[in-house]
Design a protein around this ligand. Sequence first.
Ligand code: NAD
Ligand code: ZN
Ligand code: ZN
Length: 366
Amino acid sequence: MLAAVLHEFDQPLRVQEVEVQEPGPGEVLIRIAASGVCRSDLHVMEGRSVVARVPMVLGHEGAGRVEQVGPGVTSLAVGQPAVIALYGPCGACGDCRSGAIERCMSETRRNNMYGLMPDGETRLRVDGQTLYPMVGSGSLAEYALVREAQAVAIPEEVPLEFACLTGCGVTTGVGAVLNVAQVHPGASVAVIGCGGVGLNVVQGARIAGASRILAVDTETSKLDLASDLGATDLLQVAAGDSIAEAVGERVPGGVDYAFEVVGNPALVVEAFRATRPGGAAVMVGSPPTGEDIPVDGRLLFSDRRLLGTTGGGNVPARDIPRLMDFYLQGSLNLEKLVSQTLSLEQVNDAFEALREGKLARSIVKP
Ligand SMILES: NC(=O)c1ccc[n+]([C@@H]2O[C@H](COP(=O)([O-])OP(=O)(O)OC[C@H]3O[C@@H](n4cnc5c(N)ncnc54)[C@H](O)[C@@H]3O)[C@@H](O)[C@H]2O)c1
Ligand SMILES: [Zn+2]
Ligand SMILES: [Zn+2]
């Protein structure tokens, strides 16, 4: 099959033939219909992510149809449409058994994040070498071989080219609001960074019933989209501006919830400073590995909380169907998130667009 492979950091992906094995017990082969390209893919390309290693098939926002199932697979059947979710839980540890599977720290889930199956191997080869699928997904390819826990069946009515976005960006953004911050009706919310993930924080806040949703970005094109998706206030800033002060001018005393969705430690500090006493800031963006978040401890005296998240605290089998319902009922817009659709051969254009920062999401259709 063809796959977009990263061989060297900071170099373009090579679209080439790679080998994929047949699904073993508990494994599913998905024929990818569409895959979004997230800034986390770019972080891996630039070697600034903990999960970065080479050679790696990038992509972790894929949807397609089940091509083949291995022995023992019960939740998916050949031909069914499915989304490849982030961070498949192990299903067996204490956290998984108690329902808190987003906290699963088992070896199975850790391996999954590093692109390995529970046996510590991968099912892909390139030029006779081990090939790693990014976070066990590797969806910028014609096929992805994943654990059953990582794939969730979806209704036929949801087009796969939009459904794929629930693999990461939509689930993370909406989940950061509903699962992590637990935004309450009538709340005030600031969203710093309104790209592929942040726009879904905006949508999540609208779904949660927030009365003020302040969208903050450097790009007018992102603010226009944020407005279409539910933002009530648009704040265009320049890099280095004090966002907390700009937020305080609109909502005196600060907002109930602030989300950093860029991946910049200085902006996590701004998000925290933008909250009111008793409020919460959520770091959704991924700062470079090893960088500290220098918060002023005095802010903590007033019961503020600083939270982080992996994938918006998503439990795939619970959250993907919920998002499909929101979409089918008209409260979640997926169409507006797609700025351009590319072929697999054009995959490097999606990374160029991320660097330029003008578009929301690029979709690749193998
Ligand atoms: N926690 C998780 O599990 C998780 C999941 C997905 C993505 N992420 C991370 O979230 C971050 C965002 O991902 P994305 O795909 O939405 O990226 P993106 O590039 O689509 O969006 C980033 C947005 O931030 C804006 N921005 C840049 N500098 C800014 C500034 N100084 N002030 C205000 N806005 C600014 C950009 O214009 C852009 O709209 C990345 O760091 C990504 O790795 C984390
Ligand atoms: Zn992502
Ligand atoms: Zn577990």
